[in-house]
Design a protein around this ligand. Structure first.
Ligand SMILES: NC(=O)c1ccc[n+]([C@@H]2O[C@H](COP(=O)([O-])OP(=O)(O)OC[C@H]3O[C@@H](n4cnc5c(N)ncnc54)[C@H](O)[C@@H]3O)[C@@H](O)[C@H]2O)c1
Length: 256
């Protein structure tokens, strides 16, 4: 049984990129903790499987299948789902694409735009769509997905690192701007997790090299990332805003 202060009973969470990987884990954990869900992804078939698993936990779940970089379509669908549920209390902007290992001179405009469109543009416009309802209800939790690279940099893929840093800028701005409406904005920066994204983009060789840099000697489990987001969404984190939490096994220990 979920302890009262962690419960998401009565809350509605919208999670982007929920078909697989960490987005799916966010959905399952928030469903376990009582939230109804608006689940979004490009991949409708896999999203339907996530949705079924969450419904089996007793939750109301709607599926929003779209390409979030198509901003007019994406932002037109959000209010339809919000109306269906009556509210959106929690937004987890998680959808992302792989940042292949690329030197700066190999990152052309198309590659840069594809990355910034999903990580930065879609994250911004998703929040823009749900904030008015949150303001009316004087309650909201905006949770952006950053990356450990936003803290320690990366030896390649600076377009990914830049986009992961950009969503931290939103968090700082939204936290100050929206505090009067009791809307919290925070970010989760996962350490390396072996998902299809990292396996396809980096391969196991690079992933194992990353693992060696982790003081705790292992990769993050996607559930450990979901715990951080679900905690931020809970009443235990009601006074926490404008912050970054990074479950990374000690990989970014710097001066505190
Ligand atoms: N895996 C890691 O080690 C790691 C580390 C730090 C940050 N992240 C970030 O965490 C997030 C989730 O990563 P993951 O490893 O679970 O990835 P994943 O590839 O397993 O899942 C990403 C999901 O986003 C969806 N998606 C991609 N583009 C979309 C679009 N335009 N519209 C709608 N949905 C779209 C995909 O279909 C997929 O289901 C990403 O933003 C990623 O950058 C991952």
């Amino acid at each position: 049984m979920t302890r009262e202060s962690l419960s998401l009973d009565g809350r509605v969470a919208m999670i982007t990129g929920a078909a697989r990987g960490m987005g799916k884990e966010h959905a399952l954990l928030m469903a376990e903790r009582g939230a109804d869900l608006i689940l979004n992804d490009l991949n409708g078939e896999t999203l339907a499987e996530t949705a079924e698993e969450c419904r089996a936990l007793g939750r109301k779940v709607t599926e929003m299948v779209c390409d979030n970089t198509d901003i007019p379509t994406f932002t037109a669908l959000i209010p339809e789902h919000e109306d269906d549920h009556g509210r959106v209390d929690i937004l987890v902007s998680n959808a992302g694409i792989q940042g292949n290992k690329l030197a700066i001179e190999d990152i052309d405009e198309d590659i840069w735009e594809a990355m910034t469109n999903i990580k930065m543009k879609a994250t911004f416009f998703a929040a823009r769509a749900v904030v008015p309802g949150m303001k009316k209800r004087k309650y909201g939790k905006l949770i952006n997905t950053s990356s450990i690279f936003a803290m320690e940099g990366s030896f390649s893929m600076s377009h990914y690192t830049g986009a992961a840093s950009g969503v931290l800028g939103y968090v700082k701005g939204w936290a100050r701007e929206l505090a009067p409406w009791n809307i919290c904005a925070n970010a989760v920066a996962p350490g390396t997790v072996a998902t299809e994204l990292t396996i396809n983009s980096m391969g196991w060789g690079v992933i194992r090299d990353f693992e060696k840099q982790v003081p705790m000697g292992r990769l993050a489990d996607k559930r450990e990332i979901a715990y951080a987001a679900a905690w931020l969404a809970s009443s235990e984190a009601d006074f926490l805003t404008g912050q970054l939490i990074s479950p990374n096994g000690g990989q970014t220990i710097v001066g505190i």
